[in-house]
Design a protein around this ligand. Structure first.
Ligand code: ATP
Ligand code: MG
Length: 316
């Protein structure tokens, strides 16, 4: 069935359920190994792509309302191993939304200026304003992932004596949860996705980057070094998800070996999240209606404005 055709009840229900399956609902007992990176939800690629189109269409309509409403913001956090497909996911999922209502920010290793501040400072400066959707391509969560796997990265952070390993990790979890609670209370909904790929899929994608000249630029030697620390990263991810998945700011652990499936799940999760916010077009107060009517009459009564003759076809 086409995107514009009528959707069957079954299809609607299937779309609606697809994302919530991957939401971490019981963080304390969450196990990363329980999510199969190769899961495709029992869908064919073509069904998944059609599902994505349906979700994108809904997302577009919802974003328009969300922007017009202008009371809330939505922060999308994306965390994943290299080559998990974050960039192409952003490209596909955000392709439908109005760029004027959307900001994407990529977090790299912190600059000298950023290192002079607390770890949430640079995140706070890049939060989406009301009415806007912000995407964090990597985020403050790097502070309990790459920094945890390489604790020497703590040294240039010049932290107080008390902020030491191993106590610093639970402290950071606490700070992050408090930060996200604060955001929720102030109108920013945070939704977090971990794209989970298998180590074998990463190997294939790295080889693609090496074999295809058009993809060479995406390859970095550092990525191969990080790959050797796979198990340490998985342990850090698992602990992070267990400690920072909350009802208001949940983690979704999304199977990532099939890119089309990951996109379908993420797009639908965003639809679910904005539907829950339930944005409304602002209503013009009844008192303003006569004024609108006067403006309409005045515009209708005006004679059509013609461009002056000498302005046509001339540069100056
Ligand atoms: P790609 O997948 O295309 O390589 P990328 O997101 O990996 O994109 P890069 O330019 O390779 O982009 O680099 C981002 C790097 O910055 C990552 O290695 C990440 O771990 C690192 N980084 C991000 N935040 C921090 C942080 N707070 N402390 C230290 N390193 C960080
Ligand atoms: Mg990289």
């Amino acid at each position: 069935m086409g995107v514009s055709g009528h959707m069957s009840k079954k299809q609607k229900a299937a779309d609606a359920g697809i994302a919530q399956r991957y939401r971490v609902a019981a963080p304390r007992s969450f196990r990363l190994a329980g999510v199969d990176p190769g899961d495709d939800g029992g869908l064919t690629k073509s069904a998944g792509e059609k599902g994505l189109k349906r979700s994108l269409k809904k997302l577009r309509a919802l974003q328009e309302k969300f922007y017009a409403d202008g009371r809330n913001s939505l922060l999308i956090v994306l965390q994943a191993m290299d080559a998990a497909g974050k960039d192409s996911l952003i490209e596909h999922v955000m392709s439908g939304v109005n760029p004027q209502g959307c900001d994407v920010h990529s977090f790299k290793a912190p600059s000298a200026e950023e290192l002079e501040h607390d770890f949430l400072w640079r995140a706070h400066r890049n939060l989406p304003a009301r009415g806007r959707i912000g995407v964090f391509n990597r985020s403050y969560y790097e502070e309990v992932l790459v920094v945890r796997v390489h604790p020497k990265l703590l040294v240039p952070q010049k932290l107080p004596e008390a902020a030491k390993e191993p106590a610093i990790w639970p402290q950071r979890f606490k700070d992050i949860v408090a930060f996200e609670d604060y955001l929720a209370r102030n109108g920013t909904t945070v939704i977090k996705f971990h794209l989970r790929i298998s180590q074998e899929e990463q190997r294939k994608r790295f080889l693609d980057r090496l074999n295809e000249p058009g993809k060479n630029w995406k390859f970095s030697m550092g990525d191969v070094e990080e790959r050797k620390l796979w198990d340490d990263y998985m342990a850090a991810y698992e602990d992070m998800i267990r400690n920072t998945s909350t009802a208001k700011a949940p983690w979704f652990v999304v199977p990532g070996d099939h890119k089309w499936f990951a996109r379908h799940v993420v797009a639908q999760a965003l639809v679910d999240a904005i539907e829950a916010i339930d944005p409304k077009f602002p209503k013009v107060p009844a008192a303003a209606i006569p004024e609108l009517n006067r403006a309409r009459s005045a515009l209708e009564a005006e004679a059509p404005v013609m461009p002056p003759n000498d302005a046509i076809g001339q540069d100056h």
